[in-house]
Design a binder for this molecule. Structure first.
Ligand SMILES: [Zn+2]
Length: 208
């Protein structure tokens, strides 16, 4: 429920969502203006917090937290196997990168394969030695671009609410490819498939 409560002293707060009560409070500051930077934005931001607590698995929350906090994903065994499967053992990095650019892979996967390609096979005497070098990269973090801007101010949970707001009010095109990919993965984790976001969008389009 939305609880309009003008007596609150939190004059610098737009709104709050309490997961234990499942209650949203909107303060006067949060009611100023319309659209993305006004009341709708505040409302959908708080709906994002609700979605986080009510509609996502703990695993998805932890994953979001990890990626947002460290702005990175880790190279896994399967990534090395995929790299060898896609590029074999004897390519130079420039050629690998050219091929990678033409592939339509999920952006996280692409970032990992890009990182793995930094190990040129030329420095190894045998394919086995090269493979061992590649395998030694398992567990290495791969830094992602285009995500940190959301996490800059309030940490991963606030970043989620901001991304939720941008997705609901501006559409998928407002997010960078990695943020969008991460968001879609996390949001579909609880089986909700963005329905809450769709509800918000319908609600807003009917009221503006
Ligand atoms: Zn918030």
């Amino acid at each position: 429920m939305v609880d309009f409560d003008p007596k609150q002293s939190e004059s610098l707060t737009n709104a709050q969502y309490s997961p234990s009560e499942d209650r949203m409070k909107v303060y006067p500051l949060g009611m100023i203006g319309k659209g993305f930077d006004g009341f709708e934005g505040t409302f959908v931001h708080e709906m994002g917090h609700r979605f986080w607590f009510k509609s996502m698995t703990g695993q998805a929350r932890a994953y979001w937290d990890e990626v947002m906090t460290h702005n990175s994903v880790k190279i896994e065994d399967g990534d090395i196997r995929e790299f060898v499967k896609l590029f074999g053992m004897n390519l130079d990095q420039d050629e690998t990168l050219r091929q990678l650019d033409r592939m339509s892979l999920d952006p996280f996967q692409k970032a990992k394969l890009r990182e793995i390609s930094r190990f040129s096979s030329y420095t190894s005497k045998t394919p086995e030695e090269y493979l061992e070098k590649l395998k030694s990269m398992v567990g290495d973090p791969v830094l992602l671009e285009g995500i940190s801007e959301y996490a800059a101010s309030g940490g991963p949970i606030e970043a989620f609410a901001e991304v939720f707001k941008a997705y609901c009010l501006k559409g998928p095109g407002a997010l960078g490819p990695m943020t969008l990919d991460l968001f879609k993965r996390c949001v579909s984790s609880g089986g909700v498939r963005l329905s809450a976001a769709n509800v918000v969008r319908k609600y807003l389009s009917a009221n503006t």
